[in-house]
Design a binder for this molecule. Structure first.
Ligand SMILES: Cc1cc2nc3c(=O)[nH]c(=O)nc-3n(C[C@H](O)[C@H](O)[C@H](O)COP(=O)(O)OP(=O)(O)OC[C@H]3O[C@@H](n4cnc5c(N)ncnc54)[C@H](O)[C@@H]3O)c2cc1C
Length: 322
């Protein structure tokens, strides 16, 4: 097979994004005999703060394009630099995380290189003709489509949480530093405000996720999700139903049009378990569902099903553990 795979290494707040490690771990398990390289665009200060972690990425070579203006993500400039790099190097497959920035960046890179892009994949394979088969949910999550590209290199973004990081023997990554000769950064975007990621979601760091849906009936009841999550140091989450009611921000929506998560325990309070929700939690170690309806679809996927009023259970837990 011996393909040259390039992974876009994404850093946020001086930390390598989990999805980067998830992609690399998946490649080691499923893509034997391939060269796995990485590409990072960063400034000197960020680079120095994550250098030790970069060495442990467990890839063959990491190309680091450095420029002091790369201290923050600039989608158009990053897209040009990545496209230039790919054009000038032997790359058979390019992969990036389908994070907020990854989703912004990837179509621009694809457009610059005039290649196809399979976005938001949940599975990657190589077929018998050594082509990349990138699989993603389609028709509202009712079907999975395995897509291969007619252009080169193959290019796909991978949904955060779709793959698990497996512990394996690591080798030290060779780092190749490239100084970007871009000095006149013609920035096309004015930043009006920035948002701290910590205010967004904690899915990467939490072992337990506590999610609420329309079965909670009211916004006040949904707030019990936040209270209980805080009490047990879990991450709060929501179904799309709850987000559409305005009970929770979109940033904590789980599912096909939200985030994919892989916690040790996922507890769903008053969530029916529509297919579009379930695709986002299929990598959870254990699912616990609290629902009044024994026939709700989530009960089929749950390791433990509790037939009870969701708000009532949350109130009891808060009383017991506060
Ligand atoms: C293209 C597309 C993309 C989508 N993407 C997503 C997505 O990313 N994420 C997502 O979540 N959805 C998504 N959806 C919507 C999805 O199909 C469902 O409509 C949504 O998940 C329903 O949210 P819910 O489970 O909170 O509400 P409901 O489906 O209304 O379920 C509420 C559940 O609460 C139970 N219940 C009622 N009263 C109580 C009580 N007192 N105590 C306990 N349980 C109770 C009910 O039995 C029911 O099972 C998408 C849909 C489409 C078409």
């Amino acid at each position: 097979m011996n393909k040259n795979i390039l992974v876009y290494i994404e850093i946020t707040d001086n930390k390598i994004e989990n999805v980067t490690g998830e992609i690399i771990s998946y490649l080691h398990q499923n893509f034997n005999d391939c060269n796995i390289n990485g590409l990072l665009l960063t400034d000197n200060s960020t680079y120095n703060s994550v250098k030790n972690d970069l060495k442990k990425l467990n890839i063959d070579k990491l190309y680091v394009i450095k420029n002091d203006n790369f201290n923050r993500f600039e989608t158009c400039i990053f897209a040009s630099q990545i496209a230039d790099f790919i054009e000038n190097n032997q790359v058979d497959i390019f992969l990036a995380g389908a994070t907020q920035n990854g989703r912004d960046l990837a179509p621009r890179v694809a457009s610059k290189l005039n290649i196809g892009l399979t976005a938001d994949c949940t599975e990657l394979n190589i077929d018998e003709n050594a082509k990349l088969l990138a699989t993603r949910p389609t028709y509202g999550g009712k079907m999975m489509a395995a897509i291969y590209s007619k252009t080169r290199p193959d290019f796909a973004t991978v949904r955060p949480g779709a793959f698990k990081i497996e512990r394996m023997q690591t080798k030290e990554t060779e780092i190749v530093e490239i100084n970007s000769n871009l000095c006149n950064l013609n920035q096309s975007v004015n930043i009006i405000t920035t948002m701290n990621k910590a205010l967004n979601d904690r899915f990467d760091s939490a072992d337990i996720i506590i999610a609420g849906g329309l079965g909670l009936q009211t916004k006040d009841n949904f707030d019990l999700i936040y209270k209980f999550s805080q009490l047990i140091d879990a991450a709060p989450a929501a179904s799309r139903g709850a987000v559409e009611r305005g009970w929770a921000p979109k940033s904590i929506q789980i599912g096909q049009t939200g985030k994919s998560v892989s916690p040790k325990i996922y507890i769903a309070f008053g969530i029916s378990g529509a297919m579009q929700h379930l695709v986002g939690i299929s990598n959870s170690n254990k699912i616990i569902a609290v629902n009044t309806d024994i026939n709700a679809p989530i009960m089929q996927s749950a390791d433990m099903a509790v037939i009870a009023d969701a708000a009532g259970v949350l109130n009891s837990l808060l009383d017991k553990y506060s």
